[in-house]
Design a protein around this ligand. Structure first.
Ligand code: C2E
Ligand code: MG
Ligand code: MG
Ligand code: MG
Length: 287
């Protein structure tokens, strides 16, 4: 008796049509054209107050809506933008769109600030604070409704220039956040010389707190030290209720992650805000 399963005949044409297409490397020209064609779109991911559940701000995360390749994530084009001189144009466009969107949700009566990521090259761009000021003015958004996120590695690359750029952004009234804290080699003591208002604990620590005692000790120490320095603390990458509970016990100020919401397009973000404040949404919608 033959136990072999009948073999489905192979349709070569179908196989060829469905084969994963090898993605060629993105060329500078392709990215430059995409930027010019306004193919960059912003998704938003909320940061939630741990104590109250309120949405304190929303981080703008850029995606490239490329007709041929589909939706491209920042990891695949930010490094190219950074090394090919396209980053400052991209930063200006992201800022402009983020402040446009912040003005729009402000007009709907929602108060969360908008957070924009800055790359290392933005911190040696001495004109940036003035351009940020002009963009705030253009959209009628108060500086207090804007947060700039920079990684510790970017901030420490040229500390004099970072100090200059970040201080002038702070003087205007914008918030400044240390992103992905814990992934670099800088100490909080070094970072404390820069005018930060917020510290985001990297996802790699949050991921471990529910099953690893060392991670809990580190996160607890970071929170305590950051608080002593007057910084608000946000935990990145919160995916479970258990992680959130541990962070609440540690008096972490805010949390961000898939447990609450992924990065979503503008309309979905507004729907999220409305779902968090149903009574409020009713008031706005009803005549
Ligand atoms: P980031 O600023 O640390 O952003 C957080 C990243 O983690 C985002 O990925 C987000 O979608 C993802 N994430 C958030 N919550 C969770 C979670 O609970 N679990 C998991 N597994 N992941 C989570 P994304 O959007 O791919 O962004 C990657 C990085 O690209 C950002 O890291 C940021 O450094 C950079 N980036 C994004 N937008 C911009 C931008 O407009 N300008 C610059 N210069 N960099 C940007
Ligand atoms: Mg960020
Ligand atoms: Mg981050
Ligand atoms: Mg991170």
């Amino acid at each position: 008796k033959c136990l072999r399963k009948p073999v489905k005949p192979v349709d070569l044409r179908e196989m060829l049509a469905n084969r994963p297409r090898p993605q060629s490397a993105i060329a500078r020209e392709e990215l430059a054209l995409g930027i010019e064609a306004r193919e960059l779109v912003l998704f938003y991911q909320p940061k939630i107050e741990v104590a109250t559940g309120a949405v304190s701000s929303a981080e703008a995360l850029v995606r490239w809506n490329n007709g041929r390749r589909g939706l491209i994530f920042p990891g695949s084009f930010i490094p190219l933008a950074e090394t090919s001189g396209l980053m400052s144009t991209m930063t200006d466009m992201v800022l402009d769109q983020a402040l446009f969107d912040r003005a729009a949700w402000g007009a709907l009566g929602f108060s969360p600030a908008v957070a924009v990521n800055l790359s290392a090259s933005a911190l040696v761009d001495l004109d940036l604070p003035d351009r940020v000021g002009a963009s705030l003015h253009k959209h009628g958004v108060p500086a207090s409704a804007l947060i700039l996120e920079v990684t510790e590695a970017s901030a420490m690359r040229d500390t004099r220039s970072s100090m200059d750029v970040l201080t002038r952004l702070r003087i205007k009234g914008a918030g400044v956040s240390i992103d992905d804290f814990g992934t670099g080699y800088s100490s909080l003591a070094e970072l404390h010389r820069l005018p930060f208002t917020e510290l985001k604990i990297d996802r790699s620590f949050t991921m471990e707190i529910h099953h690893d005692k060392d991670s809990r000790i580190i996160v607890d120490a970071i929170i305590r030290m950051a608080h002593a320095m007057g910084l608000r603390v946000v935990a990145e990458g919160v995916e479970t209720a258990e992680q959130l509970r541990i962070l609440a016990d540690m008096e972490c100020d805010a949390a961000q992650g898939y447990h609450f919401c992924r990065a979503v397009p503008y309309d979905k973000f507004i729907a999220f805000l409305e779902s968090r404040e149903p009574a409020f949404a009713d008031r706005v919608i009803s005549p």
